[in-house]
Design a protein around this ligand. Structure first.
Ligand code: MN
Ligand code: MG
Length: 642
């Protein structure tokens, strides 16, 4: 029989890698479960808005875990990192003296109850420094692995991999001890993102390089090899130091299963459809079963394996991949799909209550509304206040030093501007502002950093920011709706810089690509850039206040690689906002506007997603109209520009 090359390859791979089940084969069904990016969300509770939230919480995933375990004869449970930082509960516990030697970190108290088998470290584990991480890890009753993180003296920070020996029951009732190899990976970028905490103490290596080194060693010691990859899925050609390396990890021979995370998305699922080598329906990367379970406890990842024994060796004969949600949206409303595990909630109860009391403290007042609904549409006060606070904080810090004569600009991005969830907005009404609302305004535990750059570099910074927008074609006219935002670009990479004014010309192609590479050297989206009312002098030096993520290379902004940092503040950006509010008492007037869209030569209609609450806020605006129900609980709106 003649076989096409494709048919031949397919046939061989099925025979060689996935032998079909034959009658009489001894088989074991093994269910592997994953949580990832829990970020200190344990209760089904929203600390920022002081209300129940059925889209989050390990306590909800715990009921799915119990169900999934009940359905399977054999199972293992893993966590994929980004554990100890995220919700205000994480910030509360990380404060001086709140976790004492010998005490168990509340997150690990909760996770210990669920009897995890192993875990890896996420990038956010390092946000509070290594001594706090060590103190926290001491309370975990399950092992951690990470193959691409070492102390500077060469010792691994936690073991690169381990082998779990577990007894499983085969389909014929016989018992077998299998060796499950578990290897972990963290984005090597932690050395940039948490440079202050990590420089001179630890070092990272490339994920795929570390896998090529360790997987062959581990493979000889185990029957099934599981990779815990705190890294997303990027199918563009591999390059050293890849942040989202899970796809290329799947190409390393010897790995049977990949648990992914870090990108806070769901896989299998439409987010990754159509990428070469990715089966977004079945859940495979380069043919290897893989799952990503959302974030904050939104999903449980499951990979079911059918293992067969052939001449003493166990092989993966079949698999099935699922990401099980704890909720779904029906007509924009959250419908909970699971209850909460009260024992898990009880494990964090004292810390949970202490956090609620802590975040309820009032820190100041605003006379106007601070919300992030308009962050992607033009200058608005919620980012304006963050920038004003950062400028105020920095002015105090530099006033007697050698940079005192330089003008201070400030950069801030809307962390919560819709993005992955229609509930993810800041919405602070006029009146007293509680600490929880400050945390909402600035959700990340970034530290404040000041860089010294030129006017020309300020312009390039803003050009990179504008990669969040699609190029708009004015020739399409008003009747064709053009999407404003590129869904693949997170809003946290849209920095708005204050202290200057500028306009954004959406009709131009982006100047930089997503990796910060110059794409179109002759085009500019940022126009009419002014300082002090006059066109900015490209040679003039400025201080720009930002955070450690951006200053040290996060988001790949041109020229920002840590080399132009002149000041690393001892405080979080969020602390600067808190102190600003405390110092001002009441913020009476919104900060002056910074940017707006340049109206195109002829009117265009731009679409974007928000929620129903946004619909209330646009009453009286003739340039924005509601289109209708969108995807995933969003509501679609249209902006008329020009
Ligand atoms: Mn994360
Ligand atoms: Mg992460």
């Amino acid at each position: 029989m003649h076989l096409s090359r494709r048919g031949f390859l397919l046939g061989t791979s099925l025979l060689a890698v996935r032998p079909a089940l034959a009658a009489g084969d001894r088989t074991i069904r093994l269910r592997l479960l994953e949580t990832s990016d829990l970020h200190m969300f344990v209760a089904n509770y929203d600390y920022y808005h002081d209300k129940q939230d059925d889209t989050v919480g390990l306590s909800k995933v715990a009921t799915l875990i119990a169900l999934a375990r009940g359905e399977a004869r054999n199972s293992l449970l893993f966590d994929n990192g980004d554990i100890i930082q995220g919700s205000p509960l994480g910030d509360y516990i990380a404060q001086d003296g709140h976790l004492k030697q010998g005490e168990t970190h509340p997150m690990f108290a909760a996770m210990n109850l669920l009897r995890y088998d192993a875990a890896t470290l996420g990038n956010h584990e390092f946000n509070f420094g290594l001594s706090f991480l060590d103190l926290s890890l001491a309370g975990a009753k399950f092992p951690f692995v990470c193959a691409n993180l070492d102390h500077v003296d060469g010792r691994s920070y936690v073991p690169p991999f381990l082998v779990l020996k577990r007894e499983f029951t085969a389909e014929d009732g016989s018992r077998h001890t299998l060796r499950i190899g578990v290897i972990g990976f963290v984005p090597p970028q932690i050395m940039e993102w948490d440079r202050t905490h990590l420089a001179g103490k630890v070092r990272t290596t490339d994920i795929v390089e570390a896998a090529r080194k360790h997987v062959p060693v581990l493979q000889r010691q185990c029957d099934v090899l599981v990779a815990l990859s705190h890294s997303g899925i990027d199918t563009s050609p591999a390059k050293t130091g890849f942040e989202n390396a899970s796809f290329h990890l799947a190409e390393v021979p010897g790995i049977d299963v990949i648990f992914t995370g870090h990108s806070h998305r769901v896989f299998p699922g439409p987010d990754y459809a159509g990428r070469p080598g990715v089966d977004a329906a079945r859940g495979t990367l380069a043919g290897i079963p893989a799952v990503m379970p959302g974030f904050w406890g939104s999903h449980l990842g499951l990979i079911d394996l059918v293992l067969t024994e052939q001449s003493g060796a166990w092989r993966v004969a079949e698999f099935n991949v699922e990401a099980r949600p704890v909720y779904r949206r029906e007509a924009g409303r959250v419908k909970s799909l699971t209850g909460v595990d009260t024992a898990v909630i009880a494990a964090i109860a004292p810390a949970h209550q202490a956090t609620i009391d802590w975040v309820e403290q009032p820190v100041g007042q605003v006379a106007y509304s601070l919300n992030s609904y308009f962050s992607m549409l033009g200058s608005e006060p919620s980012l304006g206040v963050v920038n004003a606070a950062q400028t105020w904080y920095t002015a105090e810090l530099v006033k007697d030093g050698k940079y005192a004569s330089l003008p201070i600009l400030s950069a801030a991005a809307p962390f919560k501007a819709g993005g992955l969830s229609p509930d993810s907005y800041v919405d602070i009404p006029p009146g007293p502002v509680a600490l929880r609302q400050v945390a909402d305004l600035y959700v990340y535990a970034n530290t404040l950093v000041v860089v010294k750059i030129t006017g020309a570099q300020v312009a390039e910074w803003l050009e990179r920011s504008c990669g969040v927008f699609n190029q708009i074609d004015p020739a399409k006219g008003e009747t064709v709706v053009q999407p404003l935002l590129r869904k693949s670009v997170p809003t946290y990479n849209f920095d708005v810089i204050s202290g200057i004014t500028y306009r954004i010309d959406l009709t131009q192609p982006e100047r930089y690509d997503g990796g910060g590479k110059l794409l179109n050297a002759n085009t500019h989206r940022v126009v009419d850039l002014r300082f002090d009312g006059k066109p900015i002098n490209p040679a003039q030096e400025f201080l720009v206040v930002t955070n450690n993520y951006r200053s040290d290379g996060g988001g790949s902004f041109p020229g920002l690689d840590g080399s132009n940092v002149v000041l690393r503040a001892p405080d979080l950006n969020r602390d600067a906002v808190q102190r600003y509010l405390e110092a001002k008492g009441t913020l009476q007037e919104a900060p002056p506007p910074t940017w707006s869209f340049l109206p195109p030569s002829s009117p265009v209609t731009l679409s974007f997603a928000a929620n129903e609450r946004f619909g209330e806020l646009i009453a009286g605006r003739s340039d924005i109209t509601r289109i209708g129900q969108g995807l995933d609980g969003f509501t679609d709106y249209a902006l008329r520009l020009g």
